[in-house]
Design a protein around this ligand. Structure first.
Ligand SMILES: Nc1ncnc2c1ncn2[C@@H]1O[C@H](COP(=O)(O)OP(=O)(O)OP(=O)(O)O)[C@@H](O)[C@H]1O
Length: 307
């Protein structure tokens, strides 16, 4: 396997009319990595994914995907990439095996039986081969969609919100499968809105309004945010009123209740401590300084970006 990055793009730009939806994006994804792609709705994740696999031509920028030029070698890229779109559809009145066989025929793949058997085994679907796709739960449907995407043994998987609306257990299992595929050498770029999924990636990139705001490991992205956070817990009614009081104090940029605990954050450590100082010795309240969560960091990064 080559050491060259699976994805390497510079200044990637896409406009629709006057609107710049991807704005000068630089991104490197190493081979064999699971790279998360996060950002609010409409931030340009799908558009970027479609430019990377040659489905959309960028208006600006250059780069390679699997060593091929994204502008001039789209056909070669498409053959080596598995792309699971947000609305991946399967034939509900066909069984799991029939769906996979159909996809293999559609793409004219050689060794169909072997490929279908391998995909079934890889994704733990062997025991359900005869089940109609329409009778599968959301999690199993997504797993079948993933099996269809790996039938041609791609080097890179582009997964666009593959687990939206799927329950936590099925999401966790789906991610176990993604990790197994990566262990086997596949590179994965996966967009998600779920923080727990972001934390299962080797690296993440955070996009807002078409601009890349942060990239790195989860710890690096949290550090990039430059945010400081305190947690305070206490009686529920007091926590509810405290949330209102703190929200109006300078230095508290974000105040978010999590049950009977508040996450209180701000980018200026001294200003934040001054804001909470009057409450620090209040009986019944328990304060701890903590790392900001990834969600705190993302919301802060987005708040500082003009839309
Ligand atoms: N074909 C198109 N024509 C015009 N505007 C488009 C087109 N495709 C996407 N857009 C706009 O580009 C912006 C980025 O959309 P995109 O789907 O890439 O965002 P996203 O980050 O994937 O969002 P989500 O998380 O909701 O899937 C949005 O404002 C969207 O409305």
């Amino acid at each position: 396997m080559s050491d060259a990055p699976a994805i390497s793009v510079r200044g990637l730009t896409k406009r629709y009319g006057d609107k710049v939806v991807v704005d000068g994006l630089d991104l490197d994804v190493a081979r064999g990595q699971i790279h998360g792609f996060l950002g609010p709705n409409g931030s340009g994740k799908t558009t970027t994914i479609r430019m990377l696999c040659g489905l959309l031509v960028p208006d600006g920028g250059t780069g390679t995907c699997l060593g091929r030029d994204i502008r001039t070698q789209a056909w070669e890229i498409k053959q080596r990439v598995g792309y699971m779109t947000q609305r991946f559809s399967l034939y509900e009145d066909l069984t799991i095996a029939e769906n996979l066989d159909f996809v293999a025929r559609l793409y004219g793949l050689d060794g169909r039986r072997r490929r279908v058997a391998r995909a079934l085994e890889r994704l733990g679907l062997t025991s359900r081969v005869g089940q109609l796709a329409g009778t599968l739960s959301g999690g199993w449907k997504q797993r079948l969609a993933l099996a269809a995407c790996v039938l041609h043994e791609p080097e890179l998987l582009l997964l666009d919100e593959p687990t939206a609306g799927v329950d936590p257990k099925a999401r966790r299992e789906f991610w176990d499968e993604i990790h197994l595929l990566a262990e086997g050498g596949m590179t994965v770029l996966v967009s998600t809105h779920y923080m727990d999924e972001a934390e299962r990636c080797h690296r993440i990139a955070y996009l807002a309004y078409g601009k890349l705001l942060a990239v790195g490991s989860v710890a690096e992205v949290i550090a990039t945010s430059g945010l400081f956070t305190w947690h305070v817990s206490g009686p529920e009614r007091r926590i509810a009123s405290l949330a209102h009081e703190l929200a109006s104090r300078a230095g508290c940029e974000m105040v978010a209740p999590f049950g009977a605990t508040l996450h209180v954050s701000g980018p200026d450590e001294a200003a934040l401590e001054a804001a909470i100082a009057p409450y620090r010795d209040e009986p019944g309240l328990s304060w701890t300084k903590d790392e900001p969560s990834l969600e705190d960091a993302f919301i802060h990064l987005m708040t500082g970006t003009p839309g």
